[in-house]
Design a protein around this ligand. Structure first.
Ligand code: TK8
Length: 338
């Protein structure tokens, strides 16, 4: 070895040592973390799960290992939530809407047209209201670490273009397993059928249901365009995902280990939101190219649907409590005025 090379090798190993030194100095034990999610690896959810896993490895000097398991291989959202509560699984990311049966305050995020753009979403979810709702999970055996973006939801179906509310009549529409979504789409005249996301593609393929609603990204990554001809841009609700941890398991972690997970959840959140927005901005053209017929509602029809949907507001306010409902409205007013 030449002197130069020896020096370089020594310098490089010092750099590696320094990088992992802070992790070594911390109270971090070897940990294996099963991190489940519902979409496939090629989705925005899958890409961000990978960023989370890499970040946990980096921050823990390789001691904490995240095994990200997608495509609902550990079960649909509801089943994973129960596994977390029972301590049989460590972590997951999934829809807040599927948590409503466990923590009723989560229904806040199901409010149609509550959030009208991503700026409002970020401020509201990362601020005191989002924190408050997330903190409610603790009494139920879960710890919420960060909200990721699922996105603004749009309607697809295999029957016909939806240009007016009446077109929804008789459409068998899969909804998430949640009473707000059920009431919302019943109110619009659809035949709403609650079903786990993991069963959705085959239900659409076999025509057990005619349609569904999800953000552009999911319609693309789950290949719904193969079994759905029509898409209507409704943006009827902004759906968050939430990264959760089993509280039973979390309580046994050191402060340093907990910090690794919270920090990695936030880094992956920032990546995920950007990635999701980039993909969503190109998705419409992409879905058209795949053969979908896409229409936007006329402003008059959009208003009609919106007026109908606001009838479920009373139901949601009762679920989440009047105080939280009013605080949310006040917070949104503040965000909009800023
Ligand atoms: C994935 C689901 C999905 C959600 C749904 O597990 O169920 O439609 O939008 O993202 O959480």
């Amino acid at each position: 070895m030449t002197f130069l090379r020896r020096t370089f090798v020594a310098m490089a190993s010092t750099a590696v040592l320094c990088a992992s030194f802070s992790a070594l100095a911390q109270d971090i034990k070897p940990r294996l973390i099963r991190f489940g999610y519902g979409l496939n690896e090629q989705s925005n959810q899958g890409r961000a799960a990978k960023v989370f896993a890499d970040e946990v490895a980096r921050l823990s000097g390789g001691k904490m290992k995240v095994r990200a398991i997608g495509a609902a291989a550990l079960g649909p959202d509801n089943q994973m939530q129960q596994a977390l509560i029972g301590g049989a699984q460590e972590m997951m990311v999934g829809s807040t809407a599927t948590l409503v049966g466990i923590t009723k305050e989560m229904a806040l995020w199901d409010t149609p047209f509550l959030i009208s753009n991503t700026k409002e979403a970020d401020i509201l979810l990362d601020g005191p209201i989002g924190e408050k709702v997330s903190a409610k999970l603790q009494d139920k055996g879960l710890v919420g670490l960060a909200y990721w973006e699922n996105g603004f939801r749009n309607l697809t179906n295999s029957k016909r273009a939806i240009t007016k509310m009446e077109d929804m009549n008789g459409i068998k529409l899969r909804v998430m397993q949640n009473n707000v979504f059920l009431s919302s789409f019943q109110t619009l005249g659809a035949n709403a059928i609650p079903m786990a996301f993991s069963e959705l593609f085959s239900a659409l393929e076999t025509k057990t249901v005619d349609g569904q609603e999800n953000p552009f990204n999911t319609i693309l990554s789950s290949k719904f365009y193969e079994v759905q001809k029509y898409m209507t841009v409704t943006n009827h609700v902004y759906s968050p995902w939430i990264v959760t941890v089993s509280k039973k398991w979390w309580d046994g972690l050191s402060k340093d280990e907990q910090k690794v997970l919270s920090d990695a959840a936030k880094t992956s959140r920032d990546f995920e939101r950007k990635d999701t927005r980039d993909e969503a901005s190109k998705a419409m053209a992409n879905l058209k190219a795949k053969g979908m017929e896409i229409n936007e509602l006329s402003p008059a029809e959009a208003t009609r649907m919106r007026d109908k949907l606001t009838k479920v507001y009373a139901l949601i306010a009762a679920d989440v409590g009047m105080d939280l409902w009013n605080e949310t409205q006040a917070e949104l007013k503040k965000i909009r005025a800023a």
